[in-house]
Design a protein around this ligand. Structure first.
Ligand SMILES: Cc1cc2nc3c(=O)[nH]c(=O)nc-3n(C[C@H](O)[C@H](O)[C@H](O)COP(=O)(O)OP(=O)(O)OC[C@H]3O[C@@H](n4cnc5c(N)ncnc54)[C@H](O)[C@@H]3O)c2cc1C
Length: 263
């Protein structure tokens, strides 16, 4: 079976209408936290006629249905965060179709814009910036001018991103559709996320190197765990490599922004 990534419109997982059901066959890769999901939203191919985008539908599938198999993908940081989900003759009630058949692409584009705005994750960036400063002060590198320059540059980027997100939210609230620039928020936000984990590693030096898997959860929560507070840094650093890939890779977002915003 094949899978679609950046070229989402080429997706092949198909749903055939049989009476009051769809029969779904195919595969969905990189499904975050599918091991905990009760339900999954899927884009499925319901027609092969016309442009690839016009034959896609949006279906809600019960994960407990016979024929659904979830297989873990273990990532570079050792964590089980993503999965492959297989659909083998899965029966889905036709009433689980979201909106109209073959209009899934339109719904997905809208939802993905919201996902990309969300990925910018300004609140986390603000919190992690403060954590970076605490680590740098604790490790004695905050007094070094060149390190502080890097923190200052990051802080300027975080403030600029926050302003941009607020502009998007305010435009959305007043009925305009500013979601075209969601890709831009995603690009900047993900770069910021990678940068603060890099600077934390730099600040901690060799103390950041031990890879303590058990400390990962505490690391994601941004908590200090006594003397071991540097232990989650390597795991977070590795984990954040994903941010320029998921939600649509940054390269592809640049293409979209170039076409839709810059013209
Ligand atoms: C940790 C993680 C969690 C994820 N969670 C989910 C999830 O929950 N649900 C879900 O549906 N998906 C999820 N994804 C999938 C994610 O959206 C895709 O990985 C992403 O869209 C890239 O697709 P791909 O991996 O197939 O890479 P490909 O499309 O094969 O791209 C490979 C490389 O080629 C580049 N490239 C491709 N096309 C172009 C182009 N036209 N111009 C320039 N460069 C290009 C890409 O930027 C990338 O560097 C997740 C991915 C990761 C890594």
């Amino acid at each position: 079976m094949s899978r679609a990534g950046s070229d989402l419109a080429s997706l092949k997982t198909r749903a055939e209408r049989k009476g009051d059901k769809y029969i779904v066959n195919g595969q969905k890769t990189w499904t975050t936290l599918a091991q905990y999901g009760d339900w999954i939203f899927c884009l499925v191919r319901t027609s092969t006629e016309g442009k690839p985008q016009t034959g896609i539908s949006f279906l809600l599938i019960d994960m407990k249905s016979p024929g659904v198999t979830v297989r873990p993908i273990i990532m570079l940081d050792g964590g089980h965060e993503v999965n492959e989900v297989f659909f083998d003759n899965v029966e889905v009630p036709a009433e689980n179709l979201i909106g109209e058949e073959n209009k899934g692409w339109t719904y997905a584009k809208h939802l993905l814009s919201h996902e990309r705005t969300n990925i910018a994750d300004v609140n986390r960036a603000k919190r992690e910036l403060e954590r970076l400063k605490r680590i740098a002060k604790g490790e004695g590198v905050y007094n070094e001018q060149r390190f502080r320059d890097e923190v200052a540059k990051l802080e300027v980027d975080v403030v600029a991103l926050e302003m941009l997100v607020l502009r998007v939210l305010s435009a959305e609230k007043s009925g305009k559709n500013p979601l075209d620039i969601a890709g831009l928020l995603k690009i900047k936000g993900s770069e910021i996320q990678q940068r603060y984990t890099e600077l934390m590693m730099l600040a901690a030096g060799p103390y950041a190197l031990p890879f303590v898997k058990e400390a990962m959860e505490a690391g994601y929560q941004g908590e200090f765990v006594g003397a071991a507070y540097l232990a989650p840094l390597a795991a977070s650093y590795f984990n954040m490599r994903k941010t320029t890939i998921y939600g649509g890779s940054n390269e592809v977002q640049r293409n979209i922004v170039a076409q839709t915003v810059l013209g």
